[in-house]
Design a protein around this ligand. Structure first.
Ligand SMILES: [Zn+2]
Length: 368
């Protein structure tokens, strides 16, 4: 109101003085119509449009191409009654990781646009072929890991085309991005956040703000170098390489969709909304973070049957046994050991592994 009063005062003065350009400015300020201003400035993704104070849901189409029938990605836009940042939340990049998917359904049903400042974009299931095909890691259509093919290709395989649509329609629209993962269908995982540290102070500070606000008590420094935007591979790197702060969260494990894992995601999102001043209320401080760094994913040296010797979240000694690989008759092939002392972020919890598959992720305690 104060700002408007000042503009009107300026206009009166400028008209009296015959200032140039005033007529066009006055025209801009004149009421456009009796319609709500919501209709004047829609926020669109694909064919979906949301006016201010509106929530809409629909599908982003990934058209058919030679070799497959395409897919459609369910998305929602919740547009607040007041302008503000665009927060993009993506779930289901890996189709066997459910708590994020459920958290976004609950958010869509419970968050009133009138209570929101800014815009929330929800990608409910980023990878429908993997979700409905119940596959871990990769798509049943092209065998590719969606979180390794960003920014995708307009004329690529189905995973590449999904990545292309998500990059263009969703990620590039974001001011902030959170990619919601969990331990995959075979991974026993202790919840944590990947906090990218790419060496750009403003970007790193904003990503750190998201990581702390999400509220999990294990945060992993992800000091992988910033990838180029044309070969960003991951959702978070796709955002970061375009100057958009991003984190990847891990809440859940082993294909479970239990309340405890869903709540971690729901509560994390709500605290991020407070952190970004997109909803009312003070951000709850994250007071007991175990900072981790230098993570390594330990691969299996061969195909076999894995018997974990540790559990998710346990401490492990340098060269400590993570598990044993046996053959189909139960005879030991090899022990698989930790490369350093640290914390087991996840360990494979189901028997089959192939050569090169992860059996565990281990991080060092960050002491500085
Ligand atoms: Zn994942």
């Amino acid at each position: 109101m104060k700002r408007l009063a000042r503009i009107i005062a300026y206009l009166s003065l400028a008209l009296a003085l015959g200032a140039p350009g005033v007529a066009s400015l006055a025209a801009t300020l004149a009421p456009k119509s009796t319609a709500s201003p919501n209709a004047v400035v829609p926020f669109g993704i694909g064919t979906l449009q949301a006016g201010m104070g509106e929530a809409v849901s629909g599908y982003l189409e990934v058209p058919a191409a030679a070799g497959d029938a395409g897919t459609r990605i369910p998305v929602s836009i919740i547009r607040g009654a007041k302008p503000g940042p665009v927060l993009v939340l993506i779930a289901g990049v890996h189709g066997y990781e459910y708590p994020g998917v459920t958290a976004l359904q609950e958010l869509r049903q419970s968050l009133a646009p009138a209570s929101l400042t800014g815009t929330l974009v929800l990608v409910h299931i980023a990878n429908p072929p993997s979700f409905y095909g119940r596959t871990i890691y990769t798509s049943p259509v092209d065998g590719k890991n969606l979180n390794r093919v960003f920014p995708g290709k307009a004329a690529g395989t189905l995973s590449e085309r999904i990545a292309y649509v998500l990059t263009r329609e969703v990620i590039e629209r974001a001011d902030y991005l959170i990619d919601l993962h969990a331990g995959d269908g075979n991974e026993a995982l202790r919840p944590y956040v990947y906090m990218p540290v790419v060496g750009k102070p403003a970007l790193d500070a904003a990503s750190r703000g998201l990581a702390l606000a999400f509220g999990l008590d294990h945060i992993v420094y992800d000091e992988a170098p910033l990838l180029p935007p044309e070969a960003s591979l991951y959702t978070d790197q796709t955002a970061l390489s375009r100057g958009i702060p991003a984190i990847t969260t891990e809440t859940g494990q082993m294909g479970l969709n239990s309340r405890e894992w869903v709540d971690l995601a729901v509560n994390g999102i709500h605290n991020v909304l407070r952190h970004l001043h997109m909803v009312a209320g003070a951000e709850r401080p994250n007071t007991a973070v175990v900072w981790l760094t230098g993570y390594e994913v330990v691969p299996s040296p061969a195909q076999g049957i894995f018997r974990a010797a540790v559990r998710d979240g346990y401490a492990i000694a340098a060269n400590g046994v993570l598990g044993v690989l046996v053959n189909p008759f139960g005879e030991t092939l090899t022990e698989i050991r930790s490369p350093f002392a640290g914390v087991v972020n996840y360990v494979v919890g189901t028997p089959p592994v192939n050569a090169g598959d992860p059996v565990a992720m281990v991080s060092r305690l960050k002491t500085d």
